[in-house]
Design a binder for this molecule. Structure first.
Ligand SMILES: [Zn+2]
Ligand SMILES: [Zn+2]
Length: 289
């Protein structure tokens, strides 16, 4: 392959990405290309890989790779390294545009959670992915059951007692909420329209919460609370093909809809993505730092 072949392919994919404003297919195609280039030893492929990383906001990967392969006598390269260095330092790879998952990949993830012994949380189905739980190789002691756990909770827990670690089982069983008289979600900061008190009990006492800039709020639809899927901005919503769907929501006026369109994951205006467990509709909550 000549250099312009990698570059040509990149320009093509980038064009599609821009034209579709980053729809799921265009993002998936960039990910496939990224994986192909990562396997390739050709230096010209690596040069294009820097662009792919940069476009998908793998800022740290872009910076590290350019450090390795870039010509430091070249002014343009130095300038780009300078810009990337700031982003890499502030963002790392943390705000990379996520790859839209296939149903096969979703299934694999479920299996992994079962393998890890993670209980199923109806209203927070991927708590490892959202960061509500993190893994610890050496293990920590759960403040509730006193047992060692390799997965512990990092989200909010509203309780008068100072709790450091909770294991997934003590959250799922409701034991942590009972023992410490606490909750994972404020019961007033939820959408109306859910009549069954058992559902509210499950949400606030047996479901891991999420971390908002301000008071966390939980969306509801079809008479039930929604599943929290994670932290997003407009770009992530476009990549999931969900932006128009979340804007079709009477909760938001025109001005707020414009804000959602402008939101950036990890930025001043943060969106939190939910999905209805019954009809599948996506909804967001948003707040400011
Ligand atoms: Zn425990
Ligand atoms: Zn619904």
């Amino acid at each position: 392959m000549a250099m312009n072949e990698y570059l040509k392919q990149y320009i093509e994919l980038q064009k599609k990405f821009r034209e579709t404003e980053g729809n799921p297919d265009s993002v998936r195609a960039l990910y496939d290309f990224k994986e192909e280039l990562e396997q390739c030893e050709d230096k010209r492929a690596k040069e294009v890989l820097v662009d792919v990383y940069d476009l998908l906001d793998y800022k740290k990967s872009a910076y590290d790779l350019l450090c390795q392969i870039g010509d430091c006598a070249d002014r343009k390269t130095l300038k780009r390294l300078g810009t990337l260095k700031d982003y890499a330092g502030n963002w790392g790879d943390h705000y990379a545009l996520p790859k839209p998952k296939t149903s096969e990949e979703k299934q694999k993830e479920k299996e992994r959670q079962v393998q890890l012994g993670l209980p199923a949380f109806r209203y927070h189905p991927n708590p490892l992915e959202t960061g509500a739980f993190v893994e610890s190789a050496e293990g920590v002691i759960c403040d509730c059951c006193g047992k060692s756990t390799h997965i512990y909770y990092t989200g909010p827990f509203f309780s008068v007692e100072d709790i450091e670690y909770l294991c997934p089982e003590c959250i799922a069983s409701g034991e942590a909420a009972r023992k410490f008289g606490g909750s994972f979600q404020d019961d007033y900061s939820v959408d109306d329209g859910v009549d069954d008190p058992e559902k509210l009990d499950e949400l606030i006492h047996r479901t891991p919460g999420y971390c908002g800039w301000q008071q966390e709020y939980w969306r509801a639809h079809c008479g039930d609370y929604c599943a929290f899927l994670g932290y997003v901005g407009a770009r992530e919503l476009r990549a999931l093909g969900a932006l128009e769907e979340v804007l079709d929501d009477s909760l938001w006026d025109q001005e707020q809809k414009e804000m959602i369109r402008e939101s950036v994951n990890g930025g001043h205006l943060q969106c939190y993505l939910f999905q209805c467990l019954h009809c599948g509709k996506h909804l967001v909550w948003m707040d400011f730092d």
